[in-house]
Ligand binder design. Structure first.
Ligand SMILES: Nc1ncnc2c1ncn2[C@@H]1O[C@H](COP(=O)(O)OP(=O)(O)OP(=O)(O)O)[C@@H](O)[C@H]1O
Length: 580
């Protein structure tokens, strides 16, 4: 991936005035640094040429001048350090926010492929060195470039042949640095991938800690973690090896430069081409030239980390959401809730087989229908096409006769409420979790929704009522209680279309009855699609669709389908036998 230079620099835009003042300050500080060896040269020449009384008085005023310069430099450095770092940190914050906002837009198909822990790593670890790069990058390069060019000019005036001898090493040093920067970039990129794998492993193991413990598989998890941790160590070892080659290679060049100056300088003194004061000044300016090389070499790891972090940031930013709004997407006015699948075919990305082909069906506004069929037939998938969690491979899905692809995504998804078997609650209070259904709802509306969902009684029995913390993913609640909170959330959302995907299948008999009651209330006046394995729960559906790998093979009421003695009757009798 080529480094996106323009995009990288675009993040300076909001802070340009402040950043330019930091740069100007860095410029002044660097330029002032160049004056010091000249002052030293001035004094040394006076002392060496024997004019001691003048030298002494000049030492005082030059010393005073140096103090003033040092004070200006330190104030300037304080401003550069503090404000420069602040700007860098702000920019890193901006990138992180932008990445998170972008991730929110990416579609299900993206999340099907990516591991959560790795994405977390991109958001945190990867961006950590960016503030340093944004701050130190331009500022240090400017600072050191000024010193370097300044030192070169002054050196050239002191002794041109010696300066040229010193500069002969630089092209080699340049090629050497470029080569190792490439190797470092690769090594640091691998580091980031490996730490992302470690994060993914932690996320996976800790999210499933209950399963780990119930199977007493802690040792397996520790082994898996250690494997990733060791891979991270290996990649770091490679990075340190590259760094050691690089740093020491640069040091060798620097030593060669110093030795050259000493040998050529000493012979020049012997040949009376150069005096001692010039040689001291020369050595000071050479150190001025060398210091930038050393500093930039040692910072190159940080810079490269920032660069690889930015490249990995751009990999995600360049991804377009697989499902997005059309430019002229329409906002739905009042939705009646008619749902039509027209010759719909669907295949998951990277999969060879279609989940269904040429499937057609229509659900009337306000109708209560059930979707049954063997596991893996595609019931959940079919329902996920209505809110466009995935787009059809072929055919159309219509809501009130309008193609869902033509509807603004927010507007479309606002019309659909989903209650699943797998309830996801956020760490926070009961109130906050129900409010998720409608962030603008008042406390009173939330309590009404909870009452409709048969949740008010148990909420009031919690230590802090609606303000009780429910723990990560709602661990402090029972399955039935979590389900009732999720139903309250949908009551609050008040959508005209409802999808109940195995909403009661994980519950015991008593909880199931309470939840069923609230679901029936929720379904009133809405187009409702119920996905159920337990056929006894959908007997009252107006129509039942039987979905198998051959598509919709039957539809009708419970009694009609039993009378037909086909697939549904077969499924039903199988379940009935099992229950006996
Ligand atoms: N995100 C996904 N990526 C790839 N394939 C998937 C994905 N989700 C489901 N599938 C596959 O699509 C097919 C249909 O799955 P789906 O969950 O829709 O079936 P289902 O009828 O709802 O099953 P169940 O009754 O067991 O919940 C299955 O073969 C499944 O493996």
């Amino acid at each position: 991936m080529r480094f996106p230079v323009r995009k990288f620099f675009s993040y300076y835009k909001p802070y340009l005035p402040l950043f330019l003042s930091v740069l100007a300050c860095a410029f002044i500080v660097s330029a002032l640094t160049l004056v010091f060896p000249l002052l030293v040269r001035y004094i040394t020449k006076d002392v060496l040429e024997g004019d001691l009384s003048t030298a002494l008085s000049e030492v005082y005023w030059i010393g005073g001048l140096m103090l003033v310069l040092v004070a200006i430099q330190n104030i300037g450095n304080y401003f550069v350090d503090y404000k420069g770092h602040e700007i860098g940190a702000r920019m890193e914050r901006d990138l992180r926010s932008e990445l998170f906002a972008h991730m929110q837009k990416l579609s299900f198909s993206f999340y099907d492929k990516e591991k959560t822990g790795q994405l977390m790593s991109r958001l945190t670890n990867d961006l950590l060195q960016l503030s340093e790069l944004y701050h130190h990058g331009p500022e240090d390069y400017l600072k050191y470039l000024i010193r370097f060019i300044g030192a070169f000019i002054i050196l050239f005036f002191i002794n041109a042949p010696l300066t040229i001898a010193v500069f002969c090493f630089l092209p080699f040093l340049g090629v050497f640095s470029l080569y190792f920067n490439k190797i470092l970039n690769r090594a640091l990129r691998r580091n980031k991938e490996r730490i992302a794998d470690v994060n993914a492993q932690v996320e996976d193991s800790l999210s499933g800690i209950r399963v780990v413990k119930s199977f007493t598989n802690e040792l397996i998890e520790i082994e898996k973690f250690n494997r990733e941790n060791n891979r991270f160590l290996d990649s770091r070892k490679n990075t340190y090896k590259a760094e050691a080659y690089f740093f020491n290679g640069v040091e060798t060049f620097i030593q060669l430069i110093t030795i050259t100056v000493i040998i050529f300088g000493s012979t020049s003194i012997v040949n009376q081409i150069l005096d001692l004061a010039d040689l001291i000044t020369f050595l000071l300016y050479v150190s001025f030239m060398i210091e930038p090389i050393q500093k930039l070499t040692h910072m190159s790891t940080q810079f490269q980390e920032g660069i690889t972090g930015f490249q990995r940031f751009m990999e995600i930013m360049n991804l377009k959401p697989a499902i997005d709004n059309k430019s002229n997407a329409m906002t739905m006015p009042k939705v009646l809730g008619e749902i039509t699948f027209q010759q719909v075919s669907f295949r998951y990305e990277d999969h060879l087989d279609d989940v269904f082909v040429n499937l057609s069906l229509t659900i009337q506004p306000g109708e209560y229908v059930a979707l049954v069929g063997p596991s893996g037939a595609g019931k959940t998938t079919l329902c996920s096409l209505i809110p466009r969690f995935y787009d059809v491979t072929d055919g159309d899905v219509l809501l009130d006769g309008i193609n869902v692809r033509d509807i603004d995504l927010q507007s479309l998804r606002k019309t659909i409420g989903i209650v699943q078997q797998d309830v996801y609650l956020f760490a926070g209070t009961v109130m906050e979790n129900i409010r998720y259904g409608n962030p603008a709802a008042s406390d009173e509306e939330i309590i009404v929704a909870a009452k409709h969902a048969n949740a008010d009684d148990f909420i009031m029995s919690l230590p802090n009522g609606y303000d009780s913390e429910i723990g990560q993913r709602g661990v402090k609640l029972s399955g039935g209680q979590k389900q009732r909170l999720s139903i309250a959330r949908v009551f609050l959302k008040n959508p005209p279309v409802l999808i109940l995907d195995e909403a009661t299948s994980a519950l015991d008999y008593e909880s199931e009855n309470i939840v069923k009651e609230s679901l029936e209330m929720l379904a009133e006046g809405r187009t409702t699609i119920v996905i159920a394995h337990r056929l006894s729960t959908i007997r009252n559906a107006e129509r039942i669709f039987v979905l198998t790998e051959d598509g919709i093979v039957e539809q009708g009421s419970h009694n009609e389908l039993l009378a037909r003695d086909g697939a549904y009757a077969h499924l039903y009798s199988k379940q009935f036998e099992l229950q006996i």
